[in-house]
Write a protein that binds this ligand. Structure first.
Ligand SMILES: Cc1cc2nc3c(=O)[nH]c(=O)nc-3n(C[C@H](O)[C@H](O)[C@H](O)COP(=O)(O)OP(=O)(O)OC[C@H]3O[C@@H](n4cnc5c(N)ncnc54)[C@H](O)[C@@H]3O)c2cc1C
Length: 246
């Protein structure tokens, strides 16, 4: 369908991200049976419900001493919708992750763009590696909102103009900015998720502080709250041991 000039100027602005847990086989028991095969062999599955306190202690010991492989026998698949600049950072996480993202070659990209919400700190102070973010002034907030919207509108209209003239989607998409939303499925296990969370969230219990960009942290926080419900003992041990992936 050829877009009308009115359609071309319509864009959606979002300040949030979507994270949905769509599929999982993940529980603390998955860690325990894998760890206990060391001593119980094929009987390790029968051991699971015997002594909850011992189970908690075993998970904590594995986390503390960084015996990481028992944390890999589980799987979580998330549907994530976030700006492209978040996905660029996200896909640097290679180990224990699988990704599939919507295609800008095979489908027309939708006009959904990111603008920082009012609580997003806008101004960086200090030198690289040692800086803080502070609130922007009202003028800066107005400038960011206005120029982003203008720029998105112009870029999307250029994209539509090329599509309407018969240019291939894979060529026309060059004009779209990294603030455009994309979507993907990302599958991980508890070990790879802990490594991700250690780097992409800030937390008072972190033994090794990290300084992630706020927008990928927003994704990480939502994944973290889903995972915490699935594997509460593992999650508690992660926090108790300084949020360092085993
Ligand atoms: C705050 C912050 C700032 C960043 N800034 C930049 C930046 O300016 N520029 C930039 O390019 N990147 C930057 N990154 C990305 C960063 O360098 C990593 O690529 C990203 O955090 C993924 O970490 P990872 O390689 O440990 O994870 P994964 O790829 O998931 O790997 C997990 C672990 O597996 C092992 N591993 C994986 N692959 C290999 C390998 N090939 N050889 C040996 N061991 C391997 C390592 O132990 C690794 O820690 C930044 C990351 C953060 C958190």
């Amino acid at each position: 369908m050829t877009p009308t000039p009115d359609d071309e100027s319509k864009i959606e602005l979002r300040s949030d991200v979507t994270v949905e847990l769509v599929k999982h086989t993940a529980s603390d028991a998955d860690v325990l049976f894998a760890a206990r095969v060391s001593t119980a062999g094929e009987q390790s599955l029968d051991e699971l419900k015997k002594d909850p306190e011992r189970s908690k202690g075993l998970i904590n010991y594995l986390m503390r001493d960084r015996h990481g492989s028992p944390f890999e026998h589980n799987s979580m698949t998330f549907f994530i919708s976030a700006p492209i600049f978040v996905f660029r950072e996200f896909m640097r996480h290679r180990a224990g992750w699988s990704y599939n993202e919507e295609s800008g070659r095979y489908r027309e990209l939708q006009p959904v763009f990111y603008v920082p919400g009012s609580s997003r700190k806008l101004v960086q102070q200090g030198r690289p590696g040692k800086y803080v973010f502070v609130e922007g002034s009202e003028d800066q907030q107005e400038l960011v909102g206005r120029t982003m919207e203008d720029s998105y509108r112009q870029a999307y209209s250029a994209y539509q103009e090329m599509l309407a003239a018969g240019v291939a989607r894979e060529v026309a998409r060059s004009v779209l900015p990294v603030g455009l939303f994309s979507s993907m499925y990302a599958t991980c296990n508890a070990r790879s998720l802990m490594h991700f969370l250690g780097l992409r969230t800030q937390h008072e219990l972190a033994k090794v502080p990290s300084f992630p960009q706020r927008e990928i942290e927003m994704v990480g926080e939502k994944m973290e709250s889903e995972w915490a419900q699935l594997m509460p003992l593992t999650y508690a041990a992660f926090n108790a041991n300084g949020r360092v992936a085993p």
